[in-house]
Design a protein around this ligand. Structure first.
Ligand SMILES: [Mn+2]
Length: 375
């Protein structure tokens, strides 16, 4: 059985700006996780490593990043007989000074826009043939049509960076576009994909294993939308059988999506914070959406600040509703400025044309009440 590490979308040199004050820390953690690849390759006794594009966040990511990549790939080549790379849409080979040109010679970078003959290597688990290309829309908009499986014994693997049409991240741009039938017809034992940032095993392409394609996903969430476990894929390949894949989690803290946390029983922001905190898995960074009809006016920025202090990073989206609360009705009954404000706000909410407008108007009312110290 042949074992391969499939890595994609590391985005070395990315700013991680969406992580605010911990952006630099996050960038360092991602770099550390990347540097750990040789140890992981050794631990799992793999026969080859595939990097499926967007290793770098930009075509010219700077000398430090280039040197780190060079060094890690050099160390990888001490562990495995072969490392294969394709560029991605973030790090195309179009500009001079690409860090891909600087990698150790034994690493194989596919730099041509068409599939040619595979690159073949001998491994302890037999021969491995890898096909790849550097997508160039101007040269060849549909390079998959040119794929020919070589008549050679061993395991045949295709390495690509591209967007599959039925994937949620499908979008325009100059990315390689892949269709389901194209992948199904590609006569390969494994199709290692990069571009989509969530792990998508072959079973998600076809439940019967007929499409041996897999997205490794990003090594770590690049922004707070990339929730869930991230890492690298360990692939086990036996000729004639569907590939078996397993996600090895990276050590970079993952973002935990908490899509609907009902906080209607919470009496204030601190109780809301406790409620959320109790749901967060150890070492995860919460990305939470608060819901429910509350009896107090949630201050999402305060909740986010408190959670960030505990978990080093948090994102809070507020979908709670307050306008139907007994507390607000009581405020509206006051014969003073606060009562007037509450009545005005409630009237405006009642006249709202849709749910979005309700939420916008409610948020405005909450802000106004908060400013008056009356929530
Ligand atoms: Mn990417």
């Amino acid at each position: 059985m042949m074992r391969i590490l499939h890595v994609a979308d590391v985005h070395l040199g990315a700013s991680f700006a969406s992580f605010g004050p911990i952006a630099d820390e996050r960038a360092e953690a991602v770099l550390r996780a990347f540097r750990a690849l040789p140890e992981i390759a050794q631990e799992h006794d793999v026969h080859a490593v595939l990097l499926a594009g967007d290793l770098f966040d930009s075509p010219r990511p700077g000398e430090r990043v280039a040197a780190e990549a060079r060094e890690t790939i050099r160390r990888l080549l001490e562990i495995v007989p072969a490392v294969f790379l394709v560029p991605g849409n973030h790090d195309p080979l179009v500009l001079p000074g690409s860090p891909y040109a600087d990698l150790p010679e034994a690493a194989h970078v596919f730099s041509q826009p068409d599939f040619g003959e595979p690159v073949s290597v001998e491994t302890d688990a037999g021969r491995l043939h890898v096909y790849g290309l550097a997508y160039d829309v101007a040269h060849s908009p549909d390079p998959l049509a040119g794929f020919v499986r070589a008549d050679l014994d061993g395991v045949h693997v295709v390495l690509l960076h591209g967007a599959v049409r039925d994937a949620p991240h499908w979008s325009g741009g100059d990315s390689l576009r892949l269709t389901h039938p194209e992948l199904e017809n590609l006569d390969a034992d494994y199709i290692a994909l990069g571009d989509y940032h969530r792990f998508r095993p072959p079973e998600e392409f076809a439940s019967d294993g007929s499409v041996p394609a897999c997205y490794a996903g990003s090594l770590a969430g690049l922004d707070h939308t990339e929730t869930g476990p991230k890492g690298i894929v360990l692939v086990e390949l036996t000729p004639g059988a569907p590939p078996r894949t397993r996600l090895l989690h990276s050590a970079v803290p993952s973002l935990q999506a908490l899509p609907e946390v009902d906080v209607s029983a919470c009496a204030d922001d601190m109780e809301t914070v406790e409620r959320v905190a109790g749901l967060v898995t150890r070492e995860s960074l919460p990305v939470v959406t608060l819901t429910g009809q509350t009896e107090y006016a949630v201050d999402p920025s305060r909740v986010e600040a408190e959670l960030s202090a505990r978990f080093s990073f948090a994102r809070v989206r507020d979908r709670t509703l307050y306008y139907d609360s007994a507390r607000l009705k009581e405020l509206a009954g006051h014969d003073d400025v606060v009562g007037h404000l509450a009545r005005l706000g409630l009237d405006r909410i009642r006249d709202a044309a849709n749910d979005d407008e309700v939420r916008t108007r409610e948020r405005a009312l909450r802000k106004a009440l908060r400013a008056m110290g009356a929530t």
